[in-house]
Design a protein around this ligand. Sequence first.
Ligand SMILES: C[S@@+](CC[C@H](N)C(=O)[O-])C[C@H]1O[C@@H](n2cnc3c(N)ncnc32)[C@H](O)[C@@H]1O
Length: 273
Amino acid sequence: MIKLTDKEFKEMHTFVREKYGINLENKRVLIEGRLNSTLQAKDCRTFSDYILLLRRDTSGEEITTFLNKITTNLTFFMREPKHFEYLREKILPEQEKTNTRKTYRIWSAGCSLGAEAYTTLMTLHDYFGARKSLWRTPVLATDISQSVLSGAKEATYKADLLKDIPPAWRTRYFKPVGEKKEEYQVAPLICREVEFKVLNLMDDFHFPYHFNLIFCRNVMIYFDQETRKRLVNKYYEQLEPGGYLFIGHSETIPRDATQFQFIQPAVYRKPPR
Ligand SMILES: C[S@@+](CC[C@H](N)C(=O)[O-])C[C@H]1O[C@@H](n2cnc3c(N)ncnc32)[C@H](O)[C@@H]1O
């Protein structure tokens, strides 16, 4: 078993917080236990060697492997369904009345394998039905990891990721693939409105347009309080007045740090004009 020294833990903690906003304070035992096999696989004899590997990695792949080890990097279709219910029951009826441009712009930040972005578009198609053709609903889906984004673009998933999808949607929005039909591919109708891009949320991002809805679910759990505050304020700037921010149900936004209105757990709104 390779030991993590105090100095190495401090260095790792500082590097990962500064570069990725991720707080490792309580993860020392977990890091030592779960990363030993990674160190061996990467031919690192010490944690210092491994930290060097993380520092030199510009692709985001090493940090993703690292995150996957110390967190549950989980995603699936229709995860946290209350958000999709809120979208269809509250937001979309209001949009139909007020949004004369008929463009509804969405960002899935920390999108992992894309299930969140695709579930959102399925919800929109299901809600609008034939009226969907009157609407532009572009979805930007971003992550630091190039490899999850490649998977997201392929849009092919094992059946268990679809377990919470209504049977009618499985038929309408997926095509079974493989000889035993053990995998499902998202239909082109859904995929064509998603653009996937690499983006580290710690970077100083700015988009030339505003979003109507931002998902940042189960991403900020990794971040320290200061990083969360900064990010939430950046989301505020990137939203249209009246736009929404959805966060994970196990996450919180420090109330003193934001101008967002709290609507219900995990749902925040930028006040309308
Ligand atoms: C647990 S997954 C959540 C996926 C999806 N939002 C959901 O709730 O199902 C977290 C994702 O956040 C990404 N992530 C972590 N830190 C990030 C950062 N600094 N910038 C961008 N993405 C990040 C990870 O690569 C991972 O794919």
